[in-house]
Design a protein. Structure first.
Length: 190
């Protein structure tokens, strides 16, 4: 029987390969420094479960430039009921209530309406929108990143505040509102 030198070397190669796979049994060198430890986890800062929310002032102020260039001052409307309506051009329920609010503003001498367009829109774009959806009441564009300080930040649109003749918030409506609902709140005993 003739054996090749390659077959004789195979067991030796396997033995060397297996020996290379074994972990080293040598102890680690001793060191005088303690082993490094991972930094202790830092507890996250406490999160206030009920952060203070901005609320609407009892007697809010509002002094801003309307889209038509006039100055709108809520205080100038004392003696009348004022409907302060937060809305946006992209909001379908807002657009739906606009004609009714416009009629209310035009037909009732004791009720004023102001629309606060709560969106990032330029004056020419708002004017183009109003040309297609005209209203009888003033429109003020409100920066959603810097809303009027005396009003809570709207959590949904439309949002309507009914201000009494003394300037106090009488009622707040979240969602679409009708002229009948506004008139019902005006007639409600206080």
């Amino acid at each position: 029987m003739i054996r090749s030198p390659l077959l004789k070397a195979l067991p030796l190669a396997l033995l060397l390969a297996l020996a290379a796979c074994k972990p080293a049994q040598e102890p680690a060198p001793a060191s005088s420094a303690p082993p490094a430890q991972a930094p202790a986890p830092v507890a996250p800062a406490a999160v206030d479960e009920n952060p203070a929310e901005r609320t609407t002032a009892e007697v809010p102020t509002l002094k801003m430039k309307a889209i038509d260039g006039s100055e709108y001052d809520l205080a100038a409307h004392r003696g009348k009921w004022v409907v302060v309506n937060f809305w946006a051009t992209w909001c379908a329920p807002c657009r739906k209530e606009m004609p009714e609010l416009s009629a209310l503003h035009a037909m009732r001498s004791n009720i004023e309406v102001v629309g606060l367009a709560y969106e990032d829109i330029e004056t020419p774009a708002m004017q183009a929108f109003l040309a297609k959806h005209p209203v009888t009441y003033p429109i003020v564009v409100v920066d959603p990143f810097d809303p009027p300080a005396d009003f809570a930040i709207p959590r949904g649109l439309p949002l309507t505040h009914l201000i009494d003749p003394k300037g106090k918030v009488a009622h707040t409506f979240l969602g679409p509102v009708t002229a009948a609902e506004i008139e019902q709140q005006i007639a409600a005993p206080r």
